[in-house]
Design a binder for this molecule. Sequence first.
Ligand SMILES: [Zn+2]
Length: 776
Amino acid sequence: MAISWRQRSGRYAAIAVIAAALAAVVTLAVSRAQRTAVPVAAAPDANVLLITVDTLRADRLAQFGYARAATPAFDRLAREGVMFRAAYTAVPLTLPSHATMMTGLLPPTHGVRDNGGFYLDPARETLASRLKPRGYASAAFVSSFVLDRRWGLAKGFDDYYDHFPVAVNDLAAMAGVQRRGAETWAQARQWIGAHASDRFFVWLHLFDPHTPYDPPEPFRSRFKDRPYDGEIAYVDALLSEVLGELTARSLLDTTIVILAADHGEGLGDHDEDEHGLLAYDSTLHVPWIIRLPHRMLEGTAIDQPVGLVDMMPTVLDLVGAPVPADLDGRSTVRLMRSPPGATDVLYAETLYPRLHFGWSELVSVRDSRFKLIRGRHPELYDYRQDPGETRNLADAHRDVAARLDQIASRIASAAAAPARSAGVERDAASRLQALGYFSGSPPPTAPGPLADPRDKTQSFRTLAHARQLFEEHRDAEAIVALQQLVESDPDLEPAHRLIRDAWISRGQSAAAVRWLEQQLARRPDDVRLLIDLAIIERQAGRTDRAAAAITKALTHRPDEVEALVLAGEIQRDRRQFDEALGSFSRASRAAPADSTVRMQTARTLFAMGRTADAEGALSSLVAADPHVAGAHYLLAQIAERRDDGVGAEREYRSEIAQSPWDYQARFNLALLLTGRAAHREALALLESIPALAPHFGDVHFYIAKAILDVGDPARFAGAVEAARRGLQLAPESPSAPLGHYVLGDVYRLQGRPADAEREMRAGRELESRLAAPGRR
Ligand SMILES: [Zn+2]
């Protein structure tokens, strides 16, 4: 068996020596010769339609032996196209996998290692940016917030349809972060209609098979007992519409239609239900089909292993564009007609367990027969014979395992500087959690070797179950389940965080403190528990007790960034500004690139009145990390302090573009707009806030007032409703008198003077009561 590593410039070239040196040289030479010899299947004038189906496990299609498959359109595509029977993703996560497809680079090279918090470097070329100079009009239509343009995949596209209605939908609802395939396809269909005579590249992303499995009718009823299959059948129906549309527009034979999944789904195999935690082929093996114009090479099935990393070079090769030499992937066109030659070594990884749980990452490497999964206990599978990965051969074939392990080390250690930004703060994290991603900063790692995620599948399941309970508003049950979980797995940071946040949002600080103190009695040195205690005490306004807890945490771990940041925040609460700056500066020495720490420094300078210093800190921060959340908000406040309304407006708009869920920026911008009588936009902004901040009662007073300002009598009933809602949610707020005054005005305008007078009086009474001495 000959193995070659794809020819690469620079440091990777050395990898070729992994095979017997002579064999490697020969196969490299052969594949290079083949590449220059072929325009085998090139379709130089073809349009490109790339359809990525999220979370579509390969063996759910008939082509991989699934007897219950109900996928006529997939079947047709496979029949009329070229099918890669052994295609693998480089990472079982949506954003990194698509980044690999679009760049032809592996995650260690392009740097996007996880969903949320990682951004594709804007300097990277993408498939879209490579096709553009060749005259392609291009558009992308994505169905999940995880692929929102903010993460960098829009590069090179003329149009990028993400537009997730973050402002109008309940964030807890999945609808806010994903959309059904039919809706996305409707947009793409319209665009294709308008560009039918152009040369085009369209990327259509369909998210439906991702959890939750809730296919629309008639699939819901037809697949009552297997809703995942129902989602796939639904996507198949859409695919049939896509092919029908291309046929109707006579585009099917001028278009290369490509279908691939970004990753599979565990479905319980290896104790994994979804994807991302482990690196088995239930989540790495993906369908990949290419239908060429005029059904060239129809019915071809290719058994050679290929990677989604080969997607971009393959497409470039097919349309006759030059294939850059410095990619991790290479064109698969050579495999479409030639007899099989050398097999590439395929790399895959998931850093998800490390970034979210403090467990070890998993790295996998396969050749044409064996697959290694690294970790605390290596696993080696003959994956062609044993696709279920049930017989670990690591002991039986130590030489193979060692050889693949060496390759894995080289690729993984060549990682570029990670493009992680600390800019994803809590609100973004909760949005990603709604997608099933426990987001957040990497947890403080306990000393000692990292746990292996393969030993943690039960903890992971319990966590997922608890999250489900929270979504069903069964908080008490969720907290009990999590408390039991941390008893058995005390270092499981996300479980602590879920408990803590639940208590904070329920305002149950006494119960929280009681439980934490109980835990601390048994584990007095536990820094995680001390941090949680400090957070709870601070939230409850007991800053002295918060300070005591955090001081104790820092005596155990003086360089713990999270503890240092919290110490600084508590000091700032107590107006000990110099001490706060000291804490942030220690945190920044421990984590120099951490944007959150630098944001805290700027906030402190602002609180001290050192406006120019705060502004300087923010400017350099934004230059280093354009995605940092909160920076433009603070710049806007600085501008407001200087009475620079224009500057403030610009900065608030930047913040909203960066963090659409930031309701405070929306609120402040709305007030600015009201000040210059832009009432309609102010109203639209205000009306977007309740979905983002359901407990922010004051906003309803301002919505009521804005409706009045817009002055459309047909909407006055809405003003009454909003004012009453505000009075119900925030009866003692300093803004509450406004609610009565708006009601009074509406009644006056409606010719109800007695009602108007009653509300005006109620407003004045409330105003004087709230202003009475002794009240804050
Ligand atoms: Zn995905």
